[in-house]
Design a protein around this ligand. Structure first.
Ligand code: CS2
Length: 501
């Protein structure tokens, strides 16, 4: 049996595999990360590993899984070590990351998680808990006081289940103990993610204790961040390829692309790692970067996910091998999204978009359309609907954006174009399916039914006749002609100035 990757095996790694450039045993834990998934391991943990390699520091990470123990099962026997394989056209570049020092599983060890969050040495709490982890209404960004987890936590604030509950319970204990607060640093693809998290934390704290809420409001900064790296779920083939290169068994490597970007608002309650040494951009205001990324990258991703899945494509790279999709996405970015953006000082939008098309086409990444299609009800507002609102307000066309929304509507009916079931993974999947079943396949009835979902569309968009009719018409074409023909037709279309064009 192949020996396992762990601290003792670091010396035996092949020369071309990168490894931690610091003494792991001496680095204390300074960061707690909530949501220890592949994205964190290929992104923030790598930046932190870089910084520790350059200047040491007590910035090791205590990684917390919020639901299952599978990451701990894989990584604890490896002393938290794992491989990041960077994949493009050439052979993978491999690097073993050492910044994750401890792995906790919140449902099994809630007190251990709280103890880490309360420890004075914990200066920063990073989060990648996905959109639905924030227990908020995606359309308004407000806390859902009727969310089952939030209701539980308000009734039992010392035994939280939700991320918001954990943050507030720990901040409350730090305040009582006279310990300085940590800085919560959200790394999820939410609009104004720091400000949103701050608003949710304050709303929850206020429901518990006004004094605590006032203290948080005054003492705890919530910097926003823009994070970017495409990290598909690891496959068995990926594991086998990494093991063969290492000559060791790594139970859960992560595979990613060469591109990586992290833009962070430089507002921290205490010290922070010098992430700029690893290429992060520390700025005053993240919003222009975030709009650029959420609307261009994630908006395109979701569009390709729904329409690509319906067209029978398993991955984004396969979808982008279809020239009609390349044209559709390129034109959607250029003609409908770009005019809504304020260009960040350091960005060259033309190059950014060209690079996106290349990144999407990376054939080494098996990024499943189904994976990106998950949780659409939580993603659509910031990826597509903010752009739609800006375009409608300016009286400009939204045809391609409307097609993307129609793609989501067709997808959540739960039946594909060949009549096979689609496994729709979304917190609202049941409601969406019920609405779709009641409406049947009449495009206007189906669009009306799904537009009534306030958590996605708010109360303004359903009232907007231009939006309603453009989405309905795209949905009609999709239902009657199928995704491939529809995408080809929309790709060939020229944009008029009106809302439908
Ligand atoms: C993707 C993102 O799964 C998804 O919804 O759009 O995870 C995307 O790959 C990242 O945001 C890229 O930075």
């Amino acid at each position: 049996m192949t020996a396992r990757l762990n601290n003792d095996a670091l010396d035996r790694l092949p020369a071309d595999v990168g490894r931690p450039g610091y003494d792991r045993g001496r680095a204390g834990i300074g960061i707690v990360h909530l949501g220890l998934g592949a994205f964190h391991r290929a992104h923030q943990a790598v930046y932190t590993d870089d910084v520790m390699g350059r200047e040491g520091g007590d910035w090791a990470i205590s990684g917390v899984s919020l639901r299952h123990g599978d990451t701990r099962c894989a990584l604890a026997p490896q002393d938290g070590l794992y491989t990041v394989a960077v994949r493009s056209g050439e052979p993978d570049r491999l690097r073993v990351i050492g910044s994750v020092r401890e792995i906790l599983v919140a449902p099994e060890q809630p007190e251990a998680v709280l103890a880490r969050l309360i420890a004075p040495q914990t200066r920063i709490v990073t989060l990648t808990v996905t959109e639905k982890g924030y227990c908020h209404d995606p359309a308004t960004g407000e806390l859902r006081l009727d969310d089952a987890g939030i209701r539980h936590d308000l009734a039992h604030p010392d035994r939280p289940h939700t991320v918001i509950g954990y943050l507030v319970a720990a901040l409350a204990r730090r305040r009582t103990a006279g310990t300085a607060p940590f800085t919560p640093l959200t790394c999820d693809n939410l609009p104004a993610n720091g400000r949103t998290l701050g608003r949710l934390v304050l709303a929850y704290a206020r429901a518990l204790d006004g004094g605590l809420a006032d203290w948080i409001g005054q003492a705890v900064p919530f910097p926003s961040t823009m994070v970017d790296r495409i990290v598909p779920a690891t496959t068995q083939d990926d594991r086998a390829a990494v093991d063969a290169r290492l000559g060791l068994a790594d139970a859960w490597p992560v595979v990613t692309e060469p591109f990586t970007q992290w833009v962070i608002e430089d507002r921290f309650a205490g010290p922070r790692p010098a992430w700029e040494l690893a290429g992060a951009e520390l700025v005053e205001d993240v919003e222009p970067y975030e709009h650029m990324k959420l609307r261009l990258l994630n908006g395109s991703h979701s569009t390709m996910a729904y329409l690509g899945y319906l067209a029978g494509y398993e991955t984004i790279a396969e979808t982008m091998a279809d020239p009609a999709f390349v044209t559709l996405i390129g034109r959607m970015m250029d003609r409908e999204v770009t005019p809504t953006l304020t260009v960040p000082a350091s960005a060259d939008l033309g190059r950014y978009k060209a690079a996106l098309l290349d990144r999407f086409a990376n054939p080494g990444l098996k990024h499943r359309t189904w994976q990106i299609a998950m949780d659409g009800s939580q993603k659509l507002p910031q990826r597509l609907l903010g752009t739609v609102r800006d375009r409608l307000a300016a009286g400009r066309s939204i045809a391609r954006l409307a097609l993307a929304v129609a793609g989501w509507m067709r997808y959540v009916t739960g039946i594909d174009e060949a009549g096979r079931p689609i496994e729709v993974s979304d917190p609202l999947a049941g409601d969406l399916r019920r609405l779709a079943d009641q409406a049947g396949r009449d495009p206007a009835a189906l669009a009306d039914a799904l537009l009534s979902v306030k958590a996605v569309f708010g109360s303004d968009l359903p009232q907007n006749m231009a939006f309603r009719s453009t989405v309905t018409s795209a949905l009609g074409t999709l239902i009657h002609q199928g995704a491939r023909a529809t995408v080809a037709a929309y790709a060939g279309m020229s944009s008029g100035p009106g809302c439908g064009g």
